[in-house]
Structures are given as structure tokens and as C-alpha cells.
Design a protein. Structure first.
Length: 165
């Protein structure tokens, strides 16, 4: 190997090392901005319906959807606005992250479920979406045995924008 090639490789490795070390010093550069995430709706307000399913999922119907529209079934593609919070209220994921104003698409809700019958977010998340109508807004309260994150209860605020079947 010539001296020039060796010098180029050495320089590349030094620069790569500096870049990687700089990334670890300031994790703020890679964190989502959740400042535009709407507050959770009041689940104790008049007109809010509380439902507890056989699995133990609790959800609150905040806004009724269009009952003349189809309801979500497992094979549907859906567009949803959502925010996931810990029980303490800390947002850990949201379709509103970084100022985003369009809903997230879940393509084929059925593929969202793995071979054990749970989704990447947990079976409570999928169960809470099934049966929703366009325009419906729900707050899901998902116990630790119905999701795949670390222990603790999760709270999702979900609004169904559209269904493609």
C-alpha cells in the first residue's frame, strides 16, 4: 500500500471517530420534538363512553365516528393521528412529532400483528383500533400485559382519519 493510500485511510478513520463521538455528546440532535402534541382529552367529561374489553383493555370513546362508514377490521389500511404516553404522561411517540401535520399510515393492520398475535406496539393497540369509524377518537389505556414496551401502563390518544379496505 502506498503512503498516500495509508494516509487517506488514517484520515478517514480519524474524521469518522470525531463525527461518531460528537453524536454521542449531544443526544438532543436525534430526539423527536413533541411540543405540538395535543393534550390528552378529558376522559371524565360528559358524553365520554368507557369500555372495558375481555382482554382488560380500557378505552374511552371521546368523539363518535361516522356510524354510516365502515368500521376498522384487521385487513384494513388506515390513517391515524396518535400519541403514546407513559402513565406519568411522558410522550414517547406521536404522529405529531417534529411538527408533522399529516396522519400516519398503517398499511394492512393484519401485517402489524406478528405470529404470536401481537403487534409491534402490542395487542392492546391493535384491539383498541378495531371497530373504530372514520372521525372517531379514542383514548386507550393499555396495561403492561397488552403491550410490548417496558413495564407500566401506556395511554394512547388515537383519531381515525380514514380507512382503505
Amino acid at each position: 500500500m502506498t503512503f498516500i493510500k495509508t494516509l487517506r485511510i488514517f484520515t478517514f478513520l480519524i474524521i469518522t471517530g470525531f463525527v461518531l463521538s460528537a453524536c454521542n455528546e449531544d443526544p438532543i440532535l436525534f430526539q423527536n420534538d413533541y411540543s405540538d402534541v395535543p393534550d390528552l382529552p378529558d376522559t371524565t367529561a360528559q358524553g365520554v363512553t368507557k369500555v372495558t374489553t375481555e382482554s382488560g383493555l380500557i378505552y374511552y370513546v371521546i368523539t363518535e365516528g361516522d356510524s354510516t362508514s365502515f368500521e376498522v377490521v384487521i385487513r384494513d389500511d388506515i390513517d391515524i393521528y396518535y400519541s403514546g404516553r407513559t402513565q406519568a404522561g411522558e410522550v414517547f411517540e406521536s404522529s405529531y412529532a417534529n411538527g408533522k401535520t399529516t396522519p400516519d399510515r398503517i398499511t394492512d393492520l393484519g401485517t402489524y400483528i406478528n405470529s404470536r398475535g401481537t403487534s409491534s406496539k402490542g395487542e392492546g393497540f391493535v384491539e383498541g383500533i378495531l371497530g373504530m369509524h372514520v372521525g372517531e377518537r379514542r383514548v386507550l389505556v393499555i396495561s403492561s400485559d397488552l403491550h410490548t414496551r417496558s413495564s407500566g401502563t401506556l395511554v394512547y390518544d388515537i383519531e381515525l382519519e380514514s380507512i382503505e379496505y
